[in-house]
Ligand binder design. Sequence first.
Ligand SMILES: Cc1cc2nc3c(=O)[nH]c(=O)nc-3n(C[C@H](O)[C@H](O)[C@H](O)COP(=O)(O)O)c2cc1C
Length: 171
Amino acid sequence: MIPQTTFDSRTFRQACGQFPTGVTAITAVTATGEYAALTANSFTSVSLDPAKVLFCLITTSSSFSVLRDAQRIAVHILGHEQEDTARRLATSGLTGAERLEGVDWTAGPDGVPVLADCPAILSGRTDEIIVSGDHSIFILDIDHLAVTEEEIPAITFYRGRFSTPPTPTAN
Ligand SMILES: Cc1cc2nc3c(=O)[nH]c(=O)nc-3n(C[C@H](O)[C@H](O)[C@H](O)COP(=O)(O)O)c2cc1C
């Protein structure tokens, strides 16, 4: 291991990519009916009581204005069979509404798109948006939850690739 005090952004991404994450689909709708839908792996829980989570969005994202203006944002933890959804919602050049075409969803609270067959869905309102560097940190107050009763393994993202973690075995 060679310590590096000067590095380019590719090496920085490579270092961060050594950390395996889950993958989420973020959806939102504004009062004027504009949709956002994107894939994000920068999700983490922030506070248990009150329930808060965050995700980081590149501020130049085409989804930024919709997420900033949204009445409600839903975060979907994606399952191991949802790689196609993750890829579709990460497609540049499509609007949120176009990304959602071909994805199975219904309108949830406040009309927010709720995707089918996810291990868990957390939705709520934006508490704070903190701009930091080239990203904005969205902190959400969560007031609606859905957790599947089936055991759906989550999809993961590691070293730039999607994969499925091994299912834990009982002792
Ligand atoms: C696995 C994965 C994780 C991603 N995580 C994030 C993220 O946390 N934040 C973000 O801004 N974009 C993330 N993206 C990229 C967005 O999904 C989207 O593709 C990108 O912002 C292009 O959107 P735009 O053309 O609307 O600007 C991720 C993409 C993939 C495939």
